[in-house]
Design a protein around this ligand. Structure first.
Ligand code: ZN
Length: 285
């Protein structure tokens, strides 16, 4: 394995657990290869629905604290040491699902001033100087207000950092190619009778599903499948894993993808199908 100490990857996510579901294999792989992997999580997920009945009493700040411990355990599984909360732990509160009264909480992330929130992220960017930033698309992958706001804040921070002279070479959105999702759900339907889950989710329940041609980059994380599954298990209030599948609190089974996909949205694509997020950035160290 080649050591890559000059490589710096920044991931920006809404809640603890999103990083492991979307990028767990990618994070584990780059961390193992010696890259600096930095995670910024924008809220503590205080309004997440808790799966284990024994932990159902956890709500609000107590749930946020608990989820921060889950995140810490997950980062241990992935080998990621640098993980932070935007503006410090508890600065922005989880906004809950779209359309509920919690969206109006003045302290929730959905109500945050984008420039002010982005300024916190710019501080991280100026310190870490990542060549690559990963976040969600403009719909936040699936329409959750905190995910949409994460997208806005991340892209604004990229702009503000560039104005301050810190250019991030490549920006990616999390993606899943539609044909791959369709195949995986086909296998899931066949496997379902043998699984501890009653029902399957649908292809469009998976965040970031797009037509295959929009996907620019494939990160093979097969060697890190166990690390990704362990990181997801560490988020036990939110996820139940039965490899190669998992459920969230809605109890609808989904495939657990160990090869992860991306769409390059800023910077230059290095070849027809990239297999490395840093491809082409070496001269911009
Ligand atoms: Zn989330």
């Amino acid at each position: 394995m080649t050591e890559q100490p000059g490589r710096r990857l920044l991931l920006v996510h809404a809640h603890p657990d999103d990083e492991s579901i979307n990028n767990g294999a990618t994070m584990a792989r780059y961390a193992a290869e010696g890259a600096r992997v930095t995670l910024v999580t924008c809220t503590l997920g205080e309004r997440g629905e808790v799966i284990p009945p024994g932990l159902g009493h956890l709500t609000g700040a107590a749930l946020g604290e608990y989820r921060l411990r889950e995140l810490t355990a997950a980062m241990g599984e992935l080998g990621v040491r640098d993980f932070r909360q935007l503006g410090g732990a508890g600065r922005y509160r989880d906004s809950g699902m779209m359309g509920i009264a919690d969206n109006d909480d003045p302290d929730c992330f959905w109500q945050a001033d984008v420039d002010e929130a982005a300024a916190h992220l710019v501080e991280v960017i100026r310190e870490v100087r990542p060549q690559v930033l990963v976040t969600y698309d403009e719909n936040g992958g699936y329409g959750h207000p905190d995910h949409i706001q994460t997208h806005r804040v991340a892209l604004r921070a990229v702009e503000l950092a560039a104005e301050a002279g810190v250019e991030i070479a490549k920006v990616y959105f999390n993606r899943v190619p539609r044909s791959l999702a369709v195949d995986a759900f086909g296998r899931l339907e066949r496997d379902l009778p043998g699984l501890p889950f009653a029902k399957s989710a649908a292809v469009d329940d998976v965040p970031g599903v797009v037509d295959d041609e929009r996907v620019t980059t494939r990160i093979d994380g097969t060697a890190y499948a166990a690390a990704k599954a362990a990181a997801m298990r560490a988020h036990a209030t939110q996820i139940t894993v039965a490899e190669p599948y998992f459920v969230l609190s809605n109890e609808l089974a989904q495939p657990l993808f160990t090869t992860e996909y991306y769409e390059l949205v800023r910077g230059e694509q290095a070849g027809a199908e990239e297999t490395d997020l840093f491809a082409g950035t070496e001269e911009t160290r």
